[in-house]
Design a binder for this molecule. Structure first.
Ligand SMILES: [Zn+2]
Length: 69
């Protein structure tokens, strides 16, 4: 199966709320420092963002906020 690369999870934290967000799309976008990997994400509250991968907040170790899912 041709899945997204493993360097980042498919589910990240929404930058605007506390809900999980799904990675919909990713691409390298040009910048003054060269190509920067970006992702498009959409959270359960239907916020969506196009932002650099470096700004993602992925699932964290430690106490889970989404227990019981
Ligand atoms: Zn959100």
């Amino acid at each position: 199966m041709d899945r997204l690369p493993d360097d980042h999870p498919d589910i990240v934290d929404c930058p605007d709320c506390v809900l999980p967000a799904e990675v919909l799309w990713r691409a390298d976008l040009p910048s003054t420092d060269g190509p920067v990997p970006h992702v498009k994400i959409r959270c359960l509250a239907r916020h969506w963002f196009l932002l650099p991968v470096a700004q993602l907040r992925g699932p964290r170790p430690g106490p889970a906020r989404y227990q019981g899912a």
